[in-house]
Write a protein that binds this ligand. Sequence first.
Ligand SMILES: O=C(O)CCC(=O)C(=O)O
Length: 297
Amino acid sequence: MRHHGYVLVRGLLSSADLDPLLREITHVLAEERWLVSDNDPVQRIANPSAACADGEPAYKAVNDKVFQLQSFHKLPHHVLLQNVMKLLVGTELFIHPKSAARLVFPRFDRGTTKAHQDHTAVGGTEQSFTAWLPLHDCPIEQGVLRVKSGSHRFGLQPTAGKTGCIVNGTEQGDEWVGGDLSKGDLLIFHSLAVHEALPNQSNRMRISLDCRFQNYRQPVNPGALVFTGRSGRSWSDVYRDWLSDELKYYWTKLPLELNPSKLQLADLAANAEPVEMRSRYGRILERIEQLSNVDAT
Ligand SMILES: O=C(O)CCC(=O)C(=O)O
């Protein structure tokens, strides 16, 4: 990790760990008609006419349903995953609550993740790590993730405006590294490691998770704990259909150091530039304050 900025762990998780979540997610996709109807949903055969990408309303509507699944939030807490991440961050492990599901349509360029560094969006300490895991075998042609080896040693790299993406060919680092992954493999990378997806050239959806981890004694971006958008979505909306209280608000029990702090958030809500950012900081502060009143289980 120190030298290359990434580690590939083969076969950490089993089918028994991953299949139930894959089944639940593909059930959601089938209901939304993202999959062709004459195949078993776990085959992930995409309906091209439904193709959409992260950042688009149609994508968000379905991704939000996946985000509500209790099993989706359980997977990053898998004990084997925690043990591996503790080797990197120490025993004071903080599992970020906002993991991401990636639902990537085939042959759909807009849906292919461009080169970026997670620290741009995740913030907090630079010593945070993403574990990227497909829920199925993911050969190169199904749009696997690849990493620019050694790129974490160059700090934050210039992006194309506010997109957060690094212009193709300007990434600093050594060679691009990627290859076929199998179900159960885990690609772990540093928050400053440049990475991107290869195009999904198959006829199946690529379904994977990004889970983020750090030491809880190091600063955490409050935006990683709450929903920052205007929709007003809250954790209680996410938990609405959960069958147990396990893992609800678990991070509120940890002694997290927020950066920006609540005081700084209040200042940013009043004075941030550009002005459009002020309401976003205001929302984050309000939602962080609301979390202080929840009863964590
Ligand atoms: O899966 C993808 O296409 C993107 C994943 C990613 O950028 C991440 O894990 O940070």
